[in-house]
Design a protein around this ligand. Structure first.
Ligand code: DX5
Length: 233
């Protein structure tokens, strides 16, 4: 089964909430509210309890909420050897699929399978993982996710020492023959987004930075977008 993703990497600032802090008892309504708040996409953190010490949801949950929002869905697969679930994740309505370099024995093959399914492909690097892992797969990438926390939980502190890694990744990706987005995920808030943006990220995942914002999600999205835009070189 293949479908054509409408996802296009652009050098624009994108604010993308993680639904990890959402009320899972009404996840459909939460997705509708995020769209109304002006988000660019919605990210689903799929955790398997093996690659990360936490367990969330899978394709069926994503499929159940697909009809509640018209924005692009992306899946962050924190899953050991995720090939087996790629088709169901795309069928559930995700147009962008992110896999971890550390979780894929055959990363090139896994990324190729995502593309064959008609989705956009991204690789995530944990804080300790060098960007060398990107060298031989950039031709398959639409986006790179630089983790700014160790994955598995929301509400963690931003790891600012990832900023030079973000800058080095931007330099590496600029040698490609087309634009490839850099997404950051973990501890992104109105206090940290400027540093990540200045370093070279253009897509920003935020869970607690949006859900915990005193002004509500719409104000959070507007503020994050403004701060990221102002900080760009
Ligand atoms: C890490 C998760 C979190 C989540 C965002 O495993 O991927 O980073 O999406 O959580 P906050 O924005 O609360 O750090």
């Amino acid at each position: 089964m293949t479908q054509t993703s409408t996802f296009e990497p652009t050098n624009e600032v994108q604010i993308v909430p993680s639904v990890l802090p959402a009320d899972f008892a009404k996840l459909g309504e939460e997705c509708a509210a995020l769209e109304a708040a002006g988000v660019d996409r919605i990210q689903f953190d799929v955790m398997d309890g093996r690659f990360v010490p936490n367990l969330t949801f899978g394709a069926d949950t994503i499929a159940a909420v697909r009809e509640h929002s018209s924005v692009i869905f992306e899946a962050h697969l924190m899953v050991h050897e995720p090939d087996w679930m790629l088709e169901s994740i795309v069928e559930a309505g995700c147009e962008l699929v992110i896999v971890h370099a550390e979780a894929c024995t055959h990363l090139h093959r896994t990324l190729g399978k995502i593309k064959e399914l008609g989705a956009a492909a991204s690789v995530a690097l944990n804080p300790h993982t060098p960007i060398d892992f990107l060298q031989n797969v950039t031709d398959l990438l639409d986006m790179v996710l630089i983790m700014t926390v160790n994955p598995g939980f929301g509400g963690q502190a931003y790891i600012s020492t990832m900023e030079p890694k973000i800058a080095a990744t931007r330099k590496l990706l600029d040698t490609a023959d087309r634009w490839i987005d850099i997404e950051v995920d973990g501890g992104i808030s109105n206090k940290t987004i400027a540093g990540a943006s200045k370093a070279g990220a253009n897509v920003f995942i935020s869970g607690s930075g949006i859900y915990g914002h005193p002004g509500g999600s719409s104000e959070a999205v507007t503020e994050l977008r403004q701060l990221a835009t102002e900080a760009r070189n």
